[in-house]
Ligand binder design. Structure first.
Ligand SMILES: [Zn+2]
Ligand SMILES: [Zn+2]
Length: 173
């Protein structure tokens, strides 16, 4: 396994660049360095589902897999809303075998009325670290405060701490 997490902005990059510090912290949870690529990669037209008005996460995940150049972990970061066919939306998706993932900040920063940007940034940190956990072989955790707890909404994201529980930590090789 590589020693680094490579973050690729998918689509317009200005919004994802705002979270570069949080993305670095997410990698640090696993003792990994992080690098944000400074150019943005265009979203392919075939990844947009016009009937849903959302982007297909599986197609974006495959896209990141094809952009991957080495055995580091690759995560596409996007501000567009993403989905998988059986769900209304997802925060992120990971393919452990290929070592790549996609994270969308769209729903994490959805609540515009929230004045504190620190809570928004912490959500990005937590969900990026969650997907990295899958890439490191972790499954969902029953502990609602653990990073690997599955979140279906923002309240559940906010309930998590930006760290792994003891059990998940011990599962990391
Ligand atoms: Zn998950
Ligand atoms: Zn856990």
């Amino acid at each position: 396994m590589g020693k680094e997490v490579v973050y690729l902005p998918l689509g317009s990059s200005w919004r994802t660049q705002l979270y570069v510090d949080e993305l670095a912290k997410a990698a640090l949870v696993y003792g990994l360095k992080a690098r944000m690529i400074n150019i943005s990669f265009p979203l392919s037209a075939d990844s947009f589902d016009s009937s849903r008005g959302q982007f297909n996460a599986l197609i974006l995940l495959d896209y990141v897999g094809r952009l991957k150049r080495d055995d580091n972990l690759y995560m596409g970061v996007t501000a567009v809303d993403i989905f998988v066919p059986e769900m209304n939306f997802i925060f992120g998706i990971a393919d452990r075998d290929r070592g790549c993932a996609v994270l969308s900040v769209a729903r994490l920063i959805y609540a515009q009325y929230e004045s504190s940007s620190s809570i928004l940034k912490e959500r990005v940190l937590k969900e990026a670290a969650h997907e990295l956990g899958h890439l490191r072989g972790l499954r969902h955790c029953h502990n609602r405060h653990c990073l690997m707890s599955y979140s279906n909404n923002l309240a559940e994201v906010d309930e998590k701490k930006p760290s792994l529980c003891q059990e998940c930590r011990s599962r990391l090789s």
